[in-house]
Design a protein around this ligand. Structure first.
Ligand code: FES
Ligand SMILES: [Fe+2]
Length: 398
């Protein structure tokens, strides 16, 4: 049974005794005031993942990313010079939103209010009405306002501050070290799912950072996959804290039998249910019966890595009880039609699984808001929830 005998409790509490083992208060999941603190002290101070570089692959490509928690609309551009940039999607003339649609290709952007034109490098190229502005108006200072941007392994992050206290790489720290060599560049996005549940962002995020629920919630899509007599509560096989970030390895029951169609298409390419291949950057503790790694980048981004595929989640708070959730699924590029079938199987299986995940979120939020509970009771299986709340508390106190 190997590592499943490991006394998780001892190990985790020894690593981070400050997390304690007390119940977690409900207030952070329902309170408007707490949400406002998170906005100011977490989301305005963290590196935030907003896209993949292949979302704006060629010079002239652009994409708009609205970030409700900051109240920002972000314009990501690939300049004619090939550089990736981020700007506030706001016209410095009178404040109109410059680009209204989500993505496209253009050498420049014309504001729809009075016709100022900006290059994809952000410069003001044409200042309609220029002769009528006061003397001394400096058009060089009236370009689009830049936003701090950096990339890691093809993931595009922005920072709300002009001069972040840490570089992106320093912020990612050991989390990035762990999965640095995963073959992200050999994978392609095969699906995107989106939803806006009526639930606090941490209610949604928490539902994806433990496997305990899989026994109940995923008994339809993934029966007998997460638990078995030797691991009856779906304990993670290992877990790691990397500063504010964390990583858990999910155990796969040897008794699990993928659906027959999965077994067939699994011969042609990796699937969520069947793949067993070895890659760099996965299964960091070399666990037996390992399935995949849940990798949580604080505060609101996941990059879960498996043998030939990975998927990401972004949990964007809209308000204290509304979250915009997106899931992007990536898999090794398919070399033939059989590989495409394997991709389809991953897509459909994960679609069914996340639909199951969504079955609990709004009811949980509603009951938390009922006032009946002041605290929730957290096990070691849910150590990631405790770590997330611990880090948030630290950031709020800073
Ligand atoms: S607000 Fe953009 S040109 Fe006037
Ligand atoms: Fe789940």
């Amino acid at each position: 049974m190997g590592k499943l005998d490991r006394p998780y409790t001892t190990r985790y509490t020894t690593e981070m005794p400050a997390m304690g083992d007390a119940p977690l208060p409900v207030a952070p999941y329902v309170s408007r005031a707490f949400f406002e603190l998170e906005r100011e002290k977490v989301f305005r101070r963290a590196w935030l993942e907003v896209a993949r570089v292949e979302d704006v692959p060629d010079p002239g490509d652009y994409r708009v990313v609205d970030i409700d928690v900051l109240g920002w609309s972000l314009l990501l551009t690939r300049g004619s010079d090939g550089a990736l940039r981020a700007f506030h999607n706001v016209c410095p003339h009178r404040g109109n939103k410059v680009v209204q649609h989500r993505a496209g290709h253009a050498n420049g952007f014309t504001c729809g209010f009075h016709g100022w034109v900006f290059g994809n490098d952000g410069e003001l190229k044409h200042m309609a009405g220029e002769a009528y502005f006061p003397p001394g108006t400096d058009r060089c200072r009236l370009g689009l306002i830049p936003v701090t941007l950096d990339t890691w392994n093809g993931f595009v992050f922005i920072h709300p501050q002009a001069e972040p206290p840490q570089t992106l790489r320093d912020f990612l720290g050991g989390m990035a070290d762990q999965i640095e060599d995963f073959p992200f560049d050999r994978c392609a996005r095969i699906a995107r799912y989106e939803a806006t549940p009526r639930a606090n962002w941490k209610v949604v995020l928490d539902a994806f950072q433990e496997a305990f629920h899989a026994i109940m919630v995923h008994r339809g899509s993934l029966p007998d996959s997460a638990a078995a007599p030797q691991n009856p509560s779906a304990a993670p096989t290992s877990a790691r804290f990397h500063g504010p970030h964390r990583s858990l390895s999910v155990w796969a029951s040897p008794r699990y039998r993928p659906p027959e169609v999965g077994m067939i298409v699994g011969k042609y390419g990796p699937t969520f249910a069947t793949a067993k291949d070895r890659f760099a950057g996965i299964n960091p503790d070399g666990d037996d019966s390992w399935w995949f790694d849940i990798n949580v980048f604080f505060p609101n981004f996941f990059c879960d890595t498996g043998p030939g595929w990975y998927f990401t989640y972004n949990f964007w708070p809209v308000s204290e009880n509304r979250t915009r959730w997106t899931m992007d699924i990536y898999q090794l590029r398919a070399p033939h039609a059989g590989g495409l079938l394997a991709q389809e199987h991953t897509k459909i299986l994960l679609r069914d699984a996340v639909l199951e995940d969504f079955s609990t979120l709004e009811a949980t939020q509603q009951m938390m808001e009922s006032g009946a509970l002041t605290h929730i009771t957290i096990s070691e299986l849910e150590i990631a929830l405790r770590h997330q709340m611990h880090i948030i508390d630290q950031w709020l106190a800073a």
